[in-house]
Design a protein around this ligand. Structure first.
Ligand SMILES: Nc1nc2c(c(=O)[nH]1)N[C@H]1C(S)=C(S)[C@@H](COP(=O)(O)O)O[C@H]1N2
Ligand SMILES: [Mo]
Length: 452
């Protein structure tokens, strides 16, 4: 790699969130996103970035000439460090305080029925740290006492069962890496009402290692009517009456009840002490604070599958039980709200995932879909898990439009907005997996645009 390309590689991660000042968020809350607001937003982004982008000594600046951070000994080299167990439970560096979950600016209302989005722009790899996992609650999160929590299995079973958490933890255990995506992820983009950052366009998405018991193990333990059983009903212990129908062949394939996430117990927000894990299915089926599984012979048409999480089709009909998350990808950096500091080399990175099988290939375009280049897929590439891609790019300073397009192991190719709307119309809320476009302006500002 040429030295020249590495000069001032740009400080991409830190900036994006500080661009979103209170006024901007209020404007988004009040007016949604129309053209006028978009230009307003652009203006305020520009003002904020101008203030922030005073010259910094980049890691590659002229061999550190005149740079006090290389010439002088910093205070942390000259002082005693902190004792161990300063934080019995470790916390991120204070310098990372902008990498936090954020509540949706576009979805006003009671925060007990709301969403906090994952800061995808500030994350690496395919695992979401537990403190940054997105949150979607229909009636707030609850703090369940594990000693009093029970899981009941009833319905068309040989022996109805009630498990304590201790019982469950004695059963054969597995750990699996999967993505979870809310069916409403990217919902605000259906109406061409682009929100500013990847946190809001795609942040109802997380990737985790789950530990728990496979449904096949539990159903073997309870015994069930293999002739007639077709579905499971899974039910949560919070006040939202969250109940979802799961086809039994899917449940027996790779669904699990999980108590662990990324090496520790689930966080309360994500269903502590037990949640349903339904790989490849939309997030709503991953019932949290899971307390009951009923084996049945037909779909239950519960409220969250009869009137919510259905797809409004162009003919005015509602499509039910479309629960598989189709292949989707997004460039997480550079992405909306960030700024390229200078021309030259950039590592363009993003995530791809599919509810069916594995990610086979990701192509990236820098000119709004005219030319495509195949990105590097980073190992491991796991079924129904996030897959990280990277690709080299040298920005020549001209306006550009960055896109990524995934192909999965079934041969399915992520659609453009035109292709998606041809089939789905434009009045949907759920299951938007269209190609995302990020426009890079001459000055380096990156913004959310919709094309093709
Ligand atoms: N019991 C219960 N389970 C639930 C929900 C809920 O409100 N209550 N929300 C669902 C929805 S819509 C989604 S997208 C996921 C979100 O999981 P997370 O909050 O762990 O990200 O949980 C699902 N499971
Ligand atoms: Mo959801």
């Amino acid at each position: 790699m040429k030295d020249q390309q590495l000069k001032q590689p740009g400080r991409l991660r830190k900036a994006p969130e500080s661009f979103l000042d209170g006024d901007t968020i209020n404007a988004i809350n009040k007016h949604g996103v129309d053209e006028q607001r978009r230009s307003l937003l652009r203006k305020s982004l520009l003002a904020a970035t101008a203030a922030m982008s005073a010259p910094v000594a980049g890691a590659f600046a002229a061999q550190g000439e005149g740079d006090p951070d290389i010439l002088e000994t910093p205070p942390w080299t000259k002082a005693l460090g902190y004792p161990v167990a300063h934080h019995p439970y470790g916390m991120p560096s204070k310098y990372e305080s902008s990498i936090v979950r954020r509540i949706s600016p576009g979805l006003a209302g009671d925060n007990r029925a709301n969403v906090a989005f994952t800061p995808l722009q500030g994350m690496f790899g395919i695992i979401t740290p537990n403190g940054l996992h997105f949150e979607r609650h229909h009636q707030g999160w609850v703090d369940v006492d594990p000693a009093r929590h029970r899981l009941m299995i009833n319905g068309m079973v040989d022996k109805p069962k009630v498990y304590t958490m201790d019982d469950l933890m004695r059963l054969p255990s597995v750990s699996r890496i999967h993505f979870i995506e809310c069916g409403a992820n990217s919902a605000m983009e259906w109406g061409n009402t682009a929100v500013p950052t990847v946190q809001y366009t795609h942040g109802m998405l997380s990737g985790n290692e789950y530990t728990g018991v496979l449904l096949s193990t539990l159903l073997e333990d309870a015994g069930f009517d293999e002739q007639n059983a077709k579905v499971l009903l899974v039910e949560g212990a919070d006040g939202s009456s969250m109940t979802r129908t799961i086809p039994i062949e899917r449940a027996l394939d790779d669904c699990m009840v999980a108590y662990g996430m990324n090496g520790e117990m689930l966080r309360p927000e994500n269903g502590y002490p037990l949640r349903f894990v339904a790989p490849g299915l939309q997030g709503v089926s991953w019932v949290k604070w899971l307390r009951r599984i009923e084996v049945g012979d037909k779909p239950y048409a519960a409220k969250d599958e009869a009137s919510h999480y259905v797809d409004l089709m162009p003919d005015g009909k509602l499509r039910q039980y479309t629960s598989i998350q189709e292949a989707k990808s997004v460039i997480t950096s550079p992405s909306g709200g960030q700024k390229l500091m200078s021309q030259g080399f950039y590592n363009v990175t993003g995530l791809a995932w599919t509810g069916r099988g594995t990610v086979k290939r990701v192509d990236v375009s820098f000119d709004g879909g005219k030319n495509w280049f195949t990105a590097r897929l980073e190992e491991p590439i796991l079924p129904k898990a996030l897959t990280r891609f990277n690709i080299d790019w040298v920005w020549d300073g001209a306006p550009a439009v960055l896109q990524s397009r995934v192909t999965d192991s079934t041969g399915y190719v992520q659609p453009t907005y035109t292709q998606l709307r041809d089939v789905r119309g434009s009045r949907s809320i759920y299951h938007n997996n269209a190609i995302q476009s990020w426009e890079v302006a001459k000055g380096g500002e990156v913004s959310n645009v919709q094309i093709g």
